[in-house]
Design a protein around this ligand. Structure first.
Ligand SMILES: Nc1ncnc2c1ncn2[C@@H]1O[C@H](COP(=O)(O)OP(=O)(O)OP(=O)(O)O)[C@@H](O)[C@H]1O
Length: 266
């Protein structure tokens, strides 16, 4: 049974927006301890799937199960508390804050120190602040950014900002990390470095679901993948096999006959 060994299972998930099905009955499995790619042409429904898993949207039908919990009716903060964290397609750092402070905000979400304790400077708050700082420094080190801890986020390169976002997402100590196009806008060596980081995180016990357009990165760094088109499942399994699948090739590049016809018209 496919569900055994899966940390995350989407079962016949549907999401419609005003009659348009962005996701049209998707079933997908993410194995515990794997790097799983979520791929498909533009508009296939990948970001909508991430938004459904994190509770930003609720499915119109179907179920999403994570580590024994049913997510489909849960609020985003409750889903986050089950151990799911994410980054966004576009960098979303706070301007005017250092790299370290950005990551500390992710860690605070987990510690839950009351605002009153912080305002009043109670011992619990200052001890929480010290341990949060230590944890954030450790996370910056994990993403090879400790040397930039005191820099303002806006002074960092795009690739560095993406690493800070990953560190911030790790602050809540998730079991599942969702990365929405983590290498978008990066050059080849920056993208490869993110691939290696993702492997290190997996080897440390994390499960990663990543939306990725770069196929060579998917084959090099994903253990498995789900291919979507028009909100539906096109293929699932080993990345090389999925990408070679004629239906996947057609979704990305069109039918060979179409290409020949277009060529003939030129
Ligand atoms: N909030 C929304 N309201 C209406 N339609 C939406 C909404 N969000 C997504 N859609 C539509 O759902 C479809 C899937 O969009 P989605 O962003 O999930 O695709 P994607 O695979 O992530 O695309 P890309 O690779 O370009 O980021 C698109 O047709 C999009 O216009």
């Amino acid at each position: 049974m496919r569900d055994a060994g899966s940390l995350l299972v989407l079962d016949q998930v549907v999401k419609t927006f005003g009659g348009v099905a962005a996701v049209g009955g998707l079933t997908a499995h993410v194995r515990q301890g794997s790097v799983h790619g979520l791929i498909g042409p533009n508009g296939a429904g990948k970001t909508t799937v991430i938004n459904l898993i994190t509770g930003l949207f609720h499915p119109s039908a179907g179920s999403i199960r994570f580590n024994g919990a049913k997510l489909e009716a849960m609020a985003p903060q409750d889903i986050a508390a089950t151990g799911i964290s994410r980054t966004y397609q576009n960098v979303r750092l706070f301007s005017g804050m250092t790299a370290l402070e950005q990551v500390m905000t992710g860690c605070y979400l987990r510690r839950g120190v009351s605002l009153w304790s912080s305002f009043l400077g109670l011992p619990a708050a200052s001890s929480a602040w010290r341990s949060t700082r230590e944890q954030a420094l450790h996370l910056l080190d994990r993403v090879a950014m400790a040397h930039r801890a005191d820099e303002l986020a806006e002074t960092l390169s795009y690739g560095e900002q993406r690493r800070i976002e990953i560190a911030r997402a790790l602050g809540s100590d998730p079991k599942l990390l969702l990365l929405d196009e983590p290498t978008a806008g990066m050059n080849h060596s920056e993208a490869e470095a993110v691939g290696r980081l993702v492997h290190e995180l997996r080897d440390a016990g994390l499960t990663i679901l990543m939306v990725e357009h770069n196929m060579s990165l998917v084959t090099a760094f994903c253990d498995s993948c789900t291919v979507m088109n028009f909100g539906r499942l096109l293929a699932e399994g080993d990345p090389k096999t999925c990408i070679a699948d004629p239906a996947v090739q057609e979704a990305y590049f069109g039918r060979k006959n179409d290409a020949d016809r277009i060529q003939a018209l030129r």
